[in-house]
Ligand binder design. Structure first.
Ligand SMILES: [Zn+2]
Length: 328
């Protein structure tokens, strides 16, 4: 038998009404001998019906999700809901508090920690609680992401290309309802340990976003997040009202040629902005060596035609950094 989770919720998932509480995880440390990590959670329930599980700050330096979800938790009323909405606006709460992608406690990347462990690190314990307690309750799982401090994305809502085409179609329909300017049929570089994969393997409808980045949020991307999550809940029949559809442009990541990684350190110059058309062979970025003057920049060419969907954000780049993503 697996061990029980050390996390105890202060909310009752089966009670009608609005509850604001915590997932309390004991964490003994220098400044608090019998202390706990208190992860904020909101449950809004109104009778029988589908359950949506909504999360932000899976990575702690991505802000559209938390901005949309703290507000949704503050404003959502049970009378508007049929079923249950579970909101965890800052999933990797220690990372969110530190403003970093990974947890300052154990360096855990939440989205590489699934299925987690009840006797593992703090990050693994949180992942385990989602894996065994929260995901099984959900019909619809929505996890907000943005680029964080090191990437910037075109604003898109996304779901994965899946072997189960019925499950895939439900996810793509929810993406369409979100009505971001772009919608992505997504492929992963490395799907092991992801929350996405955990939800999909349980047969859940899993939807995510990339809504910007740079370690902040823009007015436009926050508007997209707030309107989009309401649309997805309406589409699922959980929130009353009609979906406010706006046109979206579908994008596809057909192969590994979408991704370009830096093979040198230096100063990064993008030669196309997000959303600009690029064609195969075109120089889309340059890396300038900064150790001395006089050297030519390294020219980085697109491996396929499409448009620039993501770019490295900071001005300097290191070998191995993801530099550009081209989508079609
Ligand atoms: Zn992320």
């Amino acid at each position: 038998m697996p061990k029980p989770s050390p996390i105890s919720p202060t909310v009752d998932f089966d009670r009608d009404g609005v509850q604001h509480g915590f997932l309390r995880l004991p964490y003994s440390r220098d400044d608090s001998a019998w202390g706990s990590v208190m992860i904020p959670i909101c449950v809004v329930r109104n009778g029988e019906g589908p359950t949506a599980l909504l999360t932000g700050a899976n990575h702690g330096d991505e802000y559209e999700g938390p901005l949309a979800l703290y507000e949704l938790a503050r404003t959502l009323e049970p009378g508007q809901v049929s079923g249950t909405v579970i909101i965890v606006p800052a999933m990797n709460y220690p990372a969110f508090r530190a403003g970093t992608r990974t947890s300052p406690i154990d360096k855990g990347n939440m989205n590489r920690s699934f299925p987690g462990r009840p006797d593992g690190t703090v990050t693994e314990k949180i992942a385990d609680y989602f894996q065994r307690e929260l995901l099984p309750r959900a019909d619809l799982v929505f996890d907000f992401h943005s680029g964080g401090r090191t990437l910037d994305f075109l604003p898109y809502c996304a779901a994965h290309i899946l072997p189960d085409k019925a499950q895939e179609a439900k996810a793509f329909a929810a993406v369409e309802a979100f009505s971001a300017p772009y919608s992505m049929k997504m492929r992963e570089i490395d799907a092991v340990g992801m929350y996405d994969t955990a939800a999909e393997e349980m047969g859940k409808v899993f939807i995510t976003t990339e809504l910007g980045g740079g370690g902040t949020a823009r007015a436009e991307t926050v508007r997209i997040a707030r309107r989009g999550i309401a649309n997805v809940l309406r589409h699922a029949g959980i929130l009353d009202g009609a979906v406010e559809k706006t046109p979206t442009r579908w994008l596809d990541m057909p192969s590994g040629d979408c991704f370009i990684f830096a093979e040198e350190d230096g100063m990064f110059e993008t030669m196309a902005d997000l959303g600009e058309d690029v064609h195969e062979g075109m120089v889309i970025a340059r890396i300038h060596s900064i150790g001395r003057t006089g050297g030519p920049p390294q020219e980085i060419r697109a491996k396929m035609s499409g448009l620039l969907a993501a770019r490295h954000f900071p001005g300097l780049i290191k070998t191995g950094d993801c530099m550009c993503v081209v989508a079609r």
